[in-house]
Design a binder for this molecule. Structure first.
Ligand SMILES: Cc1ncc(COP(=O)(O)O)c(C=O)c1O
Length: 371
């Protein structure tokens, strides 16, 4: 693994991602759509796309058409779906690149037809149903008429139907069961009317883990692919492995005299002679400008002192007398007995592990390996 060229970088274990997809496949007979939006949850979308496909994901899901087009431009041939909104003018591009889009409103479908006429063939789309998420989706009572209208349509082929859960990570809330009942009632009516599209899907990671009855023809796991927990109530099984480590190099190490301010605003002032190190990581990388943070140096947890800057922050290194400039520092990951997880960073930052990894800046080099 070549990282000498970098001062801070992410190490992504593609073996972990492959392992996690294989674990998912052991737990279901459904197809797997690996959710790789937002740069593969920060892990680097192309490498994740390749690893997920290699391990058996037959579909890849993204949020936006640009993400899908970038994957096609990079040579990814796996079936691709845009889960969010696709602007009508982009429909010809979607068709030319064999990308499925989501439809969730009649007017949207009409606009898509206009643009689909510009190229040969039929636009492939999955119909999204509102069952309780309150985000995107056609109300179930309109779905049957809509599917009847688009049956054998010359420009649009609706070959899938899906929904999304709001609270599948809270199994005791009964919310997922209620959403599932609404979805199942619709599916039963559609089957009776011979209007049910061939691909049915619903399960995000939490539903995949907590509710096997939501697997249908395909599951759509995101966070568990990366080996991370869907929520504090819904943990990823132990056979899954986290893929991400964030490292930086100690770029300076000095002894500052007592009474010396550290970083903007001098909110930290040395109380004695102190060994203060610098790592080239800041909020410009997706690290947060909050107090009370720690990193791992030579197997020990040390404090970040003073304000986090855009590209750098300072460490109190009195407890690591053998630290040297050039040492590897771990911001997220493990070394010897110490670990800092995405959950730990989420707690510090008052957010969820999803936001921690999705917020990792593009400028951070991703270094790939396989264990
Ligand atoms: C429609 C849809 N399906 C699946 C997922 C994957 O969710 P998770 O990462 O919780 O598995 C997402 C992500 O938010 C989504 O928006």
């Amino acid at each position: 693994m070549e990282n000498r060229a970098y001062s801070t970088w992410l190490e992504v274990d593609l073996g972990a991602i492959e392992n996690n997809i294989k674990e998912i496949k052991k737990m279901t007979t459904a197809q797997v759509m690996a959710i790789i939006k937002a740069n593969g949850y920060g892990h680097g979308v192309l490498a994740v796309a390749e690893a997920a496909t290699k391990a058996g994901a037959s579909w890849l899901g993204v949020a936006r058409i640009e993400e899908a087009l970038n994957l096609r431009a990079a040579g990814i041939q796996t079936q691709l779906m845009v889960l969010g909104y696709t602007p009508p003018v982009m429909i010809p591009e979607a068709m030319l690149n064999n990308i499925h889009v989501a439809i969730y409103q009649r007017e949207m479908a009409k606009a898509y037809v206009v643009h689909a006429k510009k190229v040969e063939g039929r636009l492939k789309a999955h119909l999204k149903i509102e069952t309780g998420m309150g985000r995107l989706g056609m109300a179930p009572e309109f779905a049957q008429d809509f599917l009847f209208e688009y049956k054998n349509h010359p420009q649009v082929e609706i070959d899938g139907i899906f929904t999304h859960f709001a609270r599948a990570d809270e199994p005791q809330a009964r919310s997922a069961e209620q959403q599932l009942e609404i979805f199942n009632n619709l599916l039963n009516a559609l089957r009776k009317a011979k209007l049910c599209p061939p691909m049915v899907h619903a399960a995000n990671s939490a539903a995949f883990l907590n509710f096997p009855q939501t697997h249908f023809d395909m599951v759509r796991p995101g966070i568990v692919i990366y080996g991370l927990d869907p929520s504090p109530e819904t943990k990823v099984p132990e056979t899954f492995r986290p893929a991400l480590t964030w490292k930086a190099r100690l770029t300076s190490l000095r002894t500052l005299p007592a009474g010396h301010g550290v970083s903007y605003g001098s909110i930290y002032v040395t109380t004695k002679e102190e060994r203060i190190g610098v790592i080239p990581v800041g909020y410009g990388d997706g690290y947060r400008r909050v107090p009370g943070q720690q990193v791992i140096v030579r197997g020990k947890l040390v404090d970040i002192v003073g304000r986090v800057c855009m590209d750098q922050c300072m460490l109190q290194l009195d407890s690591v007398p053998d630290a040297q400039p050039g040492d590897e520092v771990i911001l997220l990951g493990r070394e010897s007995a110490q670990a800092i997880t995405a959950n730990d960073l989420a707690k510090r930052w008052g957010t969820i592990n999803y936001e921690v990894v999705c917020g990792l800046a593009d400028r951070l080099p991703r270094v790939y390996y396989s264990s």
